[in-house]
Design a protein around this ligand. Structure first.
Ligand code: HBI
Ligand code: FE
Length: 268
């Protein structure tokens, strides 16, 4: 299907002790922050998959553990890859993971996903059958979403769920989005700040909402379950494209009268 699928060798022996030290620092800080903030299935999978805290995981060995749970594997890539190749991998239960880690001077924030964001942020939920089925469906829909304008609807869906999604649980709102789960500051902000709005997930609302990539989000969408993501994308997505084409996009801090706002029981 594609002559180059952008996969490379992880080149494990190329990591320096500095690389592993950066991984360990990032892991230890985030593991503490995510207690009672990340979704329980995220935290459980971190242990269940035995994702190492001291050294950068070996992709092949981690894939062997992951594959036993949901059939997913991770493949090494040099960084962001073209949308169609990305969709192709997801539709085949392969998650592309950047093989390099951020340099010390970019410890706090890096715009492009590195191995910490991709493994620590994305891999745990690949072990969840409902979420990983949604992600595979997302890949399949992406391959069929011909036309540039449909791609940006899909990019927004990915952004407000896979990267910055929140989920309602009996103990309150929890993080499942990787962009939040790999960010110390946003992990607190998304649940406790009164600045952002939190809206119940609705597929068409998300697909019409723009996003900004290098600031904390001003809107978060809240799902009730991963099955909800799969069911809505499976039943509604393709019919929405022609409808959304005639609608105006929303800037991130829009509030519509039809929005179901989710209140946080945060500190006043
Ligand atoms: N490539 N490696 C990598 N990782 C991503 O998360 C990624 C990508 N290419 C495209 C992309 N994400 C987004 O455009 C998705 O919305 C498809
Ligand atoms: Fe990501």
């Amino acid at each position: 299907m594609f002559e180059d699928d952008f996969t490379i060798d992880q080149d494990y022996d190329n990591y320096t002790s500095q690389c592993h030290a950066t991984w360990k620092r990032l892991y230890k800080r985030q593991a503490t922050i995510l207690i009672n903030r990340a979704a329980p299935e995220f935290l459980d999978a971190m242990k269940d998959l035995e994702i190492e805290s001291e050294t950068i995981p070996n992709f092949e060995k981690l894939s062997d553990r992951l594959e036993k749970r949901t059939g997913w594997r991770i493949v090494a890539v040099p960084g962001l890859i073209p949308d169609d190749i990305f969709f192709y991998h997801l539709s085949n239960k392969r998650f592309p993971v950047t093989n390099w880690i951020r340099p010390p001077e970019k410890f706090e924030y890096i715009q492009e996903p590195d191995v910490f964001h991709d493994i620590y942020g994305h891999v745990p939920l690949l072990a969840n059958p409902f979420f990983s089925n949604f992600l595979q469906l997302y890949g399949e829909k992406g391959l069929r979403a011909n036309g540039k304008e449909n791609l940006h609807y899909l990019a927004r869906l990915y952004w407000y769920t896979v990267e910055f999604g929140l989920i309602q649980t009996p103990n309150g709102l929890r993080i499942y989005g990787s962009g939040i789960a790999s960010s110390p500051g946003e992990s607190v902000y998304c649940l406790e700040s009164h600045i952002p709005i939190r809206i119940k997930f609705k597929l068409d609302r998300v697909m019409l909402t723009n996003y900004i990539i290098d600031t904390y989000q001003s809107v978060y969408f809240v799902i009730d379950s991963y099955e909800q993501l799969f069911d809505e994308v499976n039943s509604k997505l393709s019919d929405l494209y022609p409808i959304l084409k005639n609608k105006t996009d929303y800037v991130p801090d829009t509030i519509l009268s039809t929005d179901e706002i989710v209140i946080i029981r945060g500190k006043l």
